[in-house]
Write a protein that binds this ligand. Structure first.
Ligand SMILES: [Fe+2]
Length: 204
């Protein structure tokens, strides 16, 4: 008998079944307007998010200030509950709560290097504008530093056995993961902006 043990769960689902076209268009306009408005964020991005814009360090509680983001928060929270149930987390009667919510705009050539999300337990991204050919989100096997002398995986290995797995960025789709799981977005090689919004959840 061979069994998968200590699995790493990643959640990927459409936010809602249908009717997202208009909502995403409004959201994209709001993300771009935020970039125009957020001088501190543009300045921070120059150093820390080269080639792109993120409101991560400047305007990172957008669900408290924007009705569009508040609606999105409500929809995402339902999915986070579903994910927490799949993880069989004992929340001890505490509440799952979104703590941070921010915008990411990646024009051509922008990239986001390997990172994780401290001070939260579930994080994720919702895709707003995803031009054809734009990069997905690439996850790294959390045990990678322990592989020592292990041989590499076959090029034909199924995704559960690979050390890196990429989930495509698709407008209207939501990806959730446990916040300790390292991930990155490789360079955007298409000449169009890729827009996403990311968030962290805590239990308190
Ligand atoms: Fe991230």
């Amino acid at each position: 008998m061979i069994r998968a043990t200590f699995p790493t769960l990643i959640y990927s689902e459409p936010l809602v079944r249908s009717g997202l076209g208009r909502f995403n268009a409004e959201l994209a306009a709001e993300c771009r307007a935020l970039r125009d408005f957020d001088e501190a964020g543009r300045k921070w991005s120059l150093k820390n998010y080269p080639g792109g814009y993120t409101s991560y360090a400047s305007m990172n509680e957008l669900h408290r200030f924007s009705s569009t983001f508040a609606l999105l928060e409500k929809r995402i929270t339902g999915h986070v509950h579903r994910f927490a149930r799949a993880l069989e987390l004992d929340l001890r009667g505490r509440t799952i709560r979104m703590t941070d919510f921010w915008v990411n705009i990646m024009p051509a050539s922008a990239a986001h290097s390997l990172h994780l999300h401290p001070l939260s337990f579930v994080s994720g991204t919702y895709y707003v504008v995803t031009p054809k050919g734009c990069p997905g989100i690439k996850f790294e096997d959390p045990r990678l530093d322990r592989f020592m002398a292990a041989p590499p995986r076959l090029p034909t290995a199924k995704s559960a056995n690979r050390s890196h797995v990429t989930y495509p960025a698709k407008a209207g789709n939501l990806v959730l993961f446990e916040s300790w799981l390292r991930h990155e977005v490789s360079q955007n090689r298409v000449d169009a902006e890729r827009i996403s919004v990311s968030f962290n959840y805590n239990w308190s």
